[in-house]
Design a protein around this ligand. Structure first.
Ligand SMILES: [Mn+2]
Length: 320
């Protein structure tokens, strides 16, 4: 059971004006938390502002409608609540200016350095969504069907549809409570995961058709090249998640997706399992990430980039 610090509950209960911000490259957790907090605090009678990012991802478009009908602005005022943001550099300020305003940070990233004036960091929490849910309940704030849906999306996406190692009893329990409050798992899963554009579908086909394995299938490369990708867009949304198809192949320990975003510019996404630290490969090429999920950009043609990455993966795996 999460315990909400008294000073966080107090600051939000007593405050009258808030601006909600989150991190760059918005994801399901950050958007779900922001939308839920915005709705619920607005319904409490507070003046709340939620400046929306231009790059609001299409698959979360249905949640954008959840904030319609409430007063809002792009610059906001009052204390700033930052949700799901691991460090100051990741804050998506948009048109908001800090100007010494109080920053309340609510987050679940382990490496959060407590950058706010008030901080509630809970690394054990599966998603920031769980924290916001507990906060709203502690406040006795209204949680209607749409607010519950936004929080359900936050938990569902950060736990990989309740399949990652952070899918704890807490996440299942909170999700169950949110379903009781009106979140519809079938509808929300459909909106977020089964809502491909035709371009995306074609990209899956091309990447899988171009699959190539090394070392008896232990390494699998997928490729999206400009020659066969007709409706090419450099938007991450057009290739997001394709690499997971490679990781669902039996026997694959390391996968890479090579996306030719411009001539001689290759975006590489890397995945691994079984304790293999693939971020070593990303770092070698100036990128970064987590041990099991990393990425980098290589300025070379496809063949050269693939050969170079293969060589580094071989080193990490201990092949000569
Ligand atoms: Mn999160």
């Amino acid at each position: 059971m999460l315990t909400v610090p008294e000073e966080i509950v107090g600051a939000i209960r007593s405050g009258e004006r808030f601006t909600i911000l989150s991190h760059k490259d918005p994801d399901g957790d950050s958007l779900g938390c922001s939308v839920a907090l915005f709705r619920s605090l607005s319904q409490m009678g507070k003046r709340v502002y939620l400046p929306l990012p231009e790059d609001f991802p299409r698959k979360y478009e249905f949640m954008r409608k959840y904030i319609n009908g409430f007063p809002n602005s792009r610059t906001g005022e009052g204390d700033i609540i930052v949700v799901d943001c691991s460090c100051e550099e990741r804050i998506n300020w948009l048109d908001v200016e800090c100007n010494g305003r109080k920053v309340i940070s609510i987050d679940h990233h382990e490496d959060n350095p407590n950058f706010g004036d008030l901080n509630w960091v809970e690394p054990e929490s599966p998603a920031a969504g769980d924290m916001i849910f507990h906060l709203l309940r502690q406040l006795g704030a209204p949680i209607d069907e749409k607010t519950a849906s936004a929080l359900y999306v936050a938990i569902m996406t950060d736990t990989g549809r309740f399949s990652f190692s952070n899918a704890t009893p807490q996440s299942f329990f909170d999700a169950g409570e949110l379903v009781k409050l009106g979140a519809n798992p079938r509808f929300l899963t459909g909106e977020v995961y089964f809502n491909f554009s035709e371009d995306y579908l074609r990209n899956i086909g091309i990447a899988l058709f171009n699959a190539h394995n090394y070392h008896n299938g232990r390494i699998l490369f997928l490729t999206l090249d400009r020659a066969t990708t007709q409706s090419f867009s450099t938007s991450p949304e057009n290739s997001e998640g394709i690499i997971d198809f490679a990781m669902s192949v039996r026997g694959v320990d390391v996968a890479a997706l090579f996306k030719e975003i411009a001539p001689n510019k290759i975006r590489v996404s890397l995945r691994s399992r079984r304790g293999i630290d693939i971020s070593e490969v990303a770092k070698f090429f100036g990128g970064g990430g987590h041990p099991n999920a990393a990425g980098c950009t290589i300025n070379a043609n496809l063949t050269t980039a693939q050969e170079a990455v293969l060589e580094q993966i071989r080193k990490v795996l201990g092949y000569r």
